[in-house]
Design a protein around this ligand. Structure first.
Ligand SMILES: Nc1nc2c(c(=O)[nH]1)N[C@H]1C(S)=C(S)[C@@H](COP(=O)(O)O)O[C@H]1N2
Ligand SMILES: [Mo]
Length: 400
């Protein structure tokens, strides 16, 4: 038997200001972090002190029967979407994703953000139809049943409201969670029929440059889509994360651009730690967040703990997919002094997420104080987000 040489693990040396560690440390074993952990406020019990666990009440009795449709544990009751319109005014109801309480890349269907301009229609899938007409050679009507027999594809894609992050246009940082600031974006695995498959069947008049995608809700909400884009990767999505699309999800999720002016550009934000969390003493933490770009794959995320003076590259969870959430992670040892955490992303086309200063120089800002962050008329906000942490572990939203 040969003894395998142990892989040389990079030491836990800071690679940028205020305690950011080399991302390769994440490839190491958790034992590397044990010392750093216990230096904190007793995040875990260690070695000799730990006795065999006593049975807790739930270990001493038989639990509940498994239901046909599983719902989250009752202890997850606070992991909820926030509603902009809790008084149930039907005109526009917004539900925001609690990104500060989620850790992966997929947004659970029940927590997917939603914007319904005329409330959620009660669509009967047996009677619902898709019609393609206008500048086509052969107009067609498809039932859901018929669509289910066409070749399907599955892909990850984010959907983002162009009004997402609008509170960031304020010239004073709004003290709000990542859910309130950036909750109008979510990411899912979509399965459906490519629109190009159906347009091949109908044929397109060469004069056609745009198509109008119209919903079956009371407002017949529509979005203009360039035909070029429709032929590229647009999908008639039928399933979301493996199950039928829930009421309140849009008909044509495509991830890139459903507003005709321009793409949802490269963007990232730190979800852990962020406003609403607090740090429990110095020691090891993982900084984590999401990055995405309507242009393609995320190529790099840099993280700073000193408000942008020095940067270190974060680890990206593979696979990194085009037009989908990339989860980034950064090992960090906090010495208990004030810090400012920022993330900045690049995409494979070489686009850089603008800093706050660059964004404001190009696109402007609005006057604080902000009474109603949702009242911001501005769209397509994508600069960096900064979280200041003071020595007591409290987190504030700042413009760094
Ligand atoms: N039929 C219909 N499609 C719609 C909307 C709507 O109200 N009705 N809202 C649009 C807007 S403004 C956004 S941001 C997205 C929201 O998608 P989601 O609710 O599936 O997350 O759907 C778009 N498509
Ligand atoms: Mo939107």
């Amino acid at each position: 038997m040969t003894i395998r040489k142990r892989r040389k693990v990079p030491p836990l040396e800071p690679v940028a200001g205020n305690g950011l560690l080399d991302r390769r440390a994440l490839l190491g074993r958790s034992i590397m972090f044990a010392g750093a952990m216990t230096a904190g406020a007793g995040a875990s019990l260690t070695g000799a002190a730990a006795e065999p666990l006593k049975d807790d009440p739930w270990s001493e009795e038989v639990g509940a029967l498994v239901p046909p449709l599983q719902v989250p544990s009752r202890f997850e009751k606070d992991v909820l979407r926030t509603l902009s319109n809790p008084n149930r005014d039907f005109r526009t109801s917004h539900a925001r994703t609690p990104h500060h309480l989620l850790r992966g890349t997929v947004t659970p269907n029940s927590l997917f953000f939603s914007i319904c301009h005329t409330a959620v229609p009660d669509i009967d899938p047996v009677q619902h139809k898709l019609v393609i007409h206008g500048l086509v050679k052969q107009p067609m009507v498809y039932t859901l049943d018929a669509l289910s027999r066409y070749p399907m594809v599955t892909r990850m894609a984010f959907v983002e409201c162009s009004g997402n992050s609008a509170p960031m246009f304020s010239n004073q940082p709004v003290q709000a969670t990542v859910q309130a600031l950036h909750g109008l974006v979510s990411n899912a695995e979509w399965t459906g029929v490519l629109l190009s498959t159906l347009l091949e069947e109908t044929g397109i008049d060469p004069k056609a440059k745009w198509l109008l995608a119209e919903g079956a809700d009371a407002g017949a909400l529509h979005r203009s889509v360039p035909v070029k884009k429709a032929l590229d990767d647009a999908m008639i999505a039928l399933y979301q994360n493996g199950e039928r699309i829930m009421p309140g999800s849009q008909i044509l999720p495509g991830g890139k651009m459903w507003r005709f002016h321009f793409l949802q550009e490269v963007k990232s934000f730190i979800t852990q730690p962020s406003f609403g969390h607090s740090l429990k003493g110095p020691g090891y933490y993982e900084i984590s967040g999401v990055a995405y770009s309507g242009t393609g794959r995320i190529s790099r995320v840099m993280v700073s703990a000193d408000g942008g003076k020095s940067w270190a590259e974060a680890a990206l969870q593979s696979p990194v997919l085009p037009q989908a959430f990339a989860r980034f992670r950064m090992p960090w040892r906090w010495d208990g002094q004030p810090v400012v955490l920022v993330s900045r992303a690049w995409d494979e086309a070489g686009n850089a997420q603008p800093t706050r200063a660059e964004f404001v120089a190009a696109r402007g800002e609005t006057q604080a104080p902000v009474r109603n962050p949702l009242g911001f008329p501005n769209q397509h906000y994508n600069s960096t987000t900064s979280w200041a942490i003071d020595s007591s572990g409290e987190i504030k939203h700042v413009y760094a």
